[in-house]
Design a protein around this ligand. Structure first.
Ligand code: F6R
Length: 611
């Protein structure tokens, strides 16, 4: 997704902007650019299609030095990825704009502005903002006042940063639907779409709220809220060791993050488990009262987070006896939904800024849900701010685009939710809760044992190097785990992968099976094992090659065309968390063999803040 960095200082800010862009690279982008009010008194820009390194190289050849500037990484939505469409966008030679988000009425505005004589040089919705702002400056030469007038005409989502050669003492910003944070320095101030971009220059931040407009000078910041009232936003000191954007001993962030799972699961459990029960107040002071009224749960999320929700459905219904529906946010938000009485709305998101999930939450508020709970990894995110209750996963910053540790910590959070609901509503026996609490305490060690299989899985990955299609099978709560395994493989190795509940195989997908189609299966030792074994026979009978991650007590053995990888035994309820690990490792090693860009796979972005 797009990223914004801005700076107003007494020193040259170009290197700060570039470093900020590099720190945002993990979000995914296809072009980058910078605009600087130079020491010669002119507004200049440099843009490049491709990586920030190419922009940096271009700037090394033709340096831009100045004390005021904005920069951007673009993930194409309107117009192809190319230099012409890269931000910053200019209107005339004095005004530069960078923008995250989507302006929905850009076509109408474009026609209107063309009629006024503005000439467009890109296909982007952002250029519309630059020209509209220029037009507003004709009525009011103050940049902030003109921006206030401009945003009134914009429909859609935006995080905006603007500079003008005519008012070079300030950086002006606006937020609606796309996050922005001000970094506070000493005699210098900064702006970014994510504080990570500014951790090199400050650890004090001020988060803009929906509808805020900010005027940022070297030594002062002024903010107006959605009603145009001057407001103060709290300055927050940020310290988070887990945030270190550093691969350490690992070749890729993804591998590092896979190996962090025992530690982050441990952190997610901290302060949330009593002797033999879950501490319900971990969900917030009003949780107990609210949970007591819950008769249904509606889960909404996207991608990997949606798969976590699907696992939770098995848990909520089988352990807490609570009916649960799970839906992808992009569908839920546009569907006419019938809400059962006393339904808790649960959103799951790593970033807490996913546009579809956020929109679903906002819609849900109109639909008569009992209350809302966010299971999220970012405490300062919009999703958290706008939900009644929150459970923060403690995964730390996830840099690899493919989600790994966020998923397993979400699963832990969802199991805590299940146990809490069962406890408060009296639908879960105390003994069962106590046993699962004990199993949760042991989980980090179990995950460590699964990670110790790293080199075994690396070897198995060789079976996939020349394959183009794969099937993933699971039954019960392992079906969503299979879905997550398939998503990981397609995301980073670009191998087509589909997941099916194993019992569904004979209803269609079996037609695909031949000796060129590896079939990956997760097989814990539970009541569905024998049924699963029969499904695997169906595959073998058609020449399909089986890769089975099986409980060491499942009695499955290697044979011709059957590769069994033994997994440590685990309580069946926690099996989805454990069995996720080898599937993450498998997709990672297949991608490494295929030589893809593991941490920044093509066409994908880390935080999907547009529709
Ligand atoms: C897959 C992946 C995506 C995200 C999805 C939702 O590896 O990362 O599918 O899970 O875009 O993102 P969040 O969880 O931030 O709402």
């Amino acid at each position: 997704m797009c990223g914004i960095v801005g700076a107003v200082a007494e020193r040259n800010i170009t290197a700060i902007l570039l470093e900020g862009l590099k720190r945002l690279e993990y979000r995914g982008y296809d072009s980058a650019g910078v605009a600087v009010f130079t020491n010669n008194g002119t507004l200049e820009r440099m843009r490049r299609n491709g990586k920030v390194a190419e922009l940096e190289q271009a700037l090394a050849g033709e340096p831009l030095a100045g004390r005021l500037g904005i920069a951007h990484t673009r993930w194409a939505t309107h117009g192809a990825p190319c230099e012409r469409n890269a931000h910053p966008h200019f209107s005339g030679s004095d005004l530069a704009v960078v923008h995250n988000g989507i302006i929905e009425n850009h076509e109408a505005l474009r026609e209107q502005l063309k009629g006024l004589g503005y000439v467009f040089t890109s296909d982007t919705d952002t250029e519309v903002i630059a020209h509209l702002l220029n037009h507003k400056l004709k009525d009011n030469s103050d940049l902030t006042a003109a921006l206030k007038a401009t945003v009134k005409e914009l429909h859609g989502a935006y995080g905006l940063a603007v500079i003008s050669a005519k008012q070079p003492d300030r950086l002006v910003a606006a937020r609606s639907g796309s996050p922005l944070v001000i970094g506070l320095g000493l005699g210098e101030n900064f702006l970014a779409s994510d504080q990570l971009a500014l951790r090199q220059v400050t650890d004090r931040f001020m988060y803009l709220e929906e509808g805020d407009i900010a005027e940022i000078h070297r030594d002062s910041v002024q903010i107006w809220d959605v009603n145009g009232q001057s407001v103060q936003r709290e300055a927050v000191q940020y310290s988070d060791g887990a945030e270190a954007a550093d691969k350490g001993e690992y070749r890729h962030y993804m591998l590092k993050e896979i190996h962090e799972q025992p530690a982050v699961v441990q952190r997610t459990l901290e302060n949330r488990l009593g002797q033999d029960h879950v501490l319900v107040q971990a969900f917030g002071p009003q949780a107990k009262e609210l949970f007591a009224k819950v008769r249904n749960v509606q889960i909404v999320a996207c991608g990997t987070s949606y798969h976590a929700g699907m696992v939770a459905r098995y848990w909520l219904e089988s352990l807490a006896g609570i009916p649960c529906q799970v839906e992808v946010a992009s569908e839920f938000r546009y569907r006419k939904v019938v809400v059962q009485p006393d339904t808790l709305f649960v959103s799951i998101s790593q970033s807490g800024e996913t546009a579809d999930t956020l929109a679903a939450l906002r819609n849900a508020k109109e639909l008569g849900f009992l209350g809302s709970l966010a299971i999220c990894n970012v405490g300062i995110s919009s999703l958290v701010r706008e939900s009644d209750l929150t459970l923060l996963t403690q995964a730390g910053r996830e840099i690899g685009v493919a989600s790994t540790k966020a998923f397993t910590t979400q699963l832990v959070g969802l199991l805590l939710l299940t146990l809490s609901l069962g406890q408060v509503r009296g639908t879960l026996e105390a003994g069962v809760e106590a046993q699962l609490v004990e199993e949760l305490r042991r989980l980090p060690a179990r995950l460590g044992e699964a990670l110790a299989m790293d080199s075994i899985v690396e070897k198995v990955a060789e079976l996939f190097a020349d394959k183009h299609h794969t099937l993933f099978l699971g039954r019960g709560a392992q079906f969503p785990v299979a879905m997550e395994g398939a998503l990981k493989l397609k995301e980073i190795s670009y191998i087509h992968a589909e997941a099916y509940p194993a019992g569904e195989l004979k209803h269609g997908p079996l037609a695909l099976v031949d000796n060129d189609m590896p079939v990956v299966t997760v097989a814990p030792n539970n009541e569905l094992l024998e049924k699963l074994k029969s499904n695997l026979q169906e595959v073998r009978a058609r020449g399909g090659e089986l890769i089975v991650f099986a409980d060491e007590q499942a009695g499955m053995t290697n044979g011709e065309g059957t590769h069994v990888i033994n997994m440590p035994h685990i309580h069946d309820v926690l099996a989805p968390i454990l069995y996720t690990i080898p599937l993450q490792l498998l997709s990672y090693y297949v991608a490494v063999l295929k030589g893809t860009d593991v941490d920044q796979p093509r066409n994908l972005a880390k935080s999907v803040t547009v529709e």
